[in-house]
Design a protein around this ligand. Structure first.
Ligand SMILES: Nc1ncnc2c1ncn2[C@@H]1O[C@H](COP(=O)(O)OP(=O)(O)O)[C@@H](O)[C@H]1O
Ligand SMILES: N[C@@H](CCC(=O)OP(=O)(O)O)C(=O)O
Length: 273
């Protein structure tokens, strides 16, 4: 199996990593994420961050214990939380002298060729200037991922779509589990981690459940969809635990962590030429 040097990487971080179980924003994790992505950016890799957390952070800002049921209430919550989330990112990345930008997307924007091209052009300019784009779904105008009765769309799928469109070699999904397991490890004590996959079988799909966390959406079902999108486009994906975001360095060094999806392997991409 050949190994590929990664030049452009999309990192997706989920709410379960950004917000602690007690509802507090996980500031040490965000700080470490900013440190790691800044270091990688300084080494010359092109980095795009897809970050969830607007609603999770909004809940804390507004002192709420759980997501409101009404869609417009969730959207209002997200618009408060997105600002606070970006304030935190901005502050932490600034500590590492890295510029960031905010890009809010909806699925239709990526479907229509003209609007898609505008998004891609913007991201290309940001990359050239070594500014890290931080992408989230524009919750105020998008209802797909907010409706808990459907798992049609969420940031896992958004990140895979973005990664394929901007020609990224690798998507790293940071979550609150060490890997993809044969069943939900939070529910099944006999679940076993899976280290490598070059295609998603129906048995694997049957073992993937929705989220069991209070704030996340999609669970493993949408992460497997993201893996399929990446592999169909001949790209790689790694799912690993975001508890310590410095794990991204290990992935980019080609170490075996979490679950690797794809036929190729990852060469040490942090080695200076
Ligand atoms: N087969 C599986 N392997 C690993 N995790 C699984 C599996 N099936 C369901 N899950 C659940 O998916 C959750 C992660 O998804 P989610 O809560 O949406 O996180 P995030 O906020 O990181 O997107 C895990 O906490 C786990 O309980
Ligand atoms: N746009 C939403 C993202 C929801 C979502 O996809 O959450 P997650 O399953 O934690 O990646 C937010 O920022 O809260």
């Amino acid at each position: 199996m050949g190994k590929k040097k990664i030049k452009r990487v999309v990192v997706k971080v989920g709410t379960s990593t950004l917000v602690q179980k007690n509802g507090q924003v996980n500031l040490p994790v965000i700080d470490n994420l900013a440190f790691t992505l800044s270091a990688i950016n300084n080494l010359g890799l092109e980095v795009i961050l897809v970050s969830s957390g607007a609603m999770g952070v909004g809940l804390e800002s507004l002192g709420l214990k759980q997501r409101p049921a009404a869609i417009e209430e969730q959207q209002a919550l997200s618009s408060v939380g997105q600002l606070e989330l970006m304030r935190i990112y901005s502050q932490r990345f600034m500590n590492y002298q890295t510029m960031i930008s905010q890009v809010l997307l909806t699925r239709d924007v990526l479907h229509y060729p003209v609007s898609r091209q505008h998004v891609l052009n913007t991201i290309e300019v940001l990359m050239k200037k070594r500014i890290i784009p931080i992408i989230n779904e524009n919750d105020t105008v998008s209802v797909d991922e907010l409706d808990h009765h459907t798992t049609f769309s969420d940031n896992d799928e958004l990140s895979a779509l973005v990664a394929t469109k901007i020609d990224a070699d690798l998507l790293i999904i940071l979550s609150d589990v060490d890997a993809l397991y044969t069943a939900d490890p939070h529910r099944d004590p006999n679940a076993k981690p899976i280290h490598n996959l070059d295609h998603v079988t129906s048995t694997i799909e049957a073992g993937a459940a929705g989220t069991s966390t209070r704030f996340g959406t999609g669970g493993m079902i949408t992460k497997l969809r993201a893996a399929k999108t990446m592999m169909e486009a001949d790209r790689q994906m790694v799912l690993c635990n975001g508890r310590d975001p410095r794990i991204i360095m290990d992935v980019l060094k080609g170490k075996q962590v979490g679950t690797h999806f794809g036929a190729e392997g990852i060469a040490n991409s942090l080695k200076e030429e």
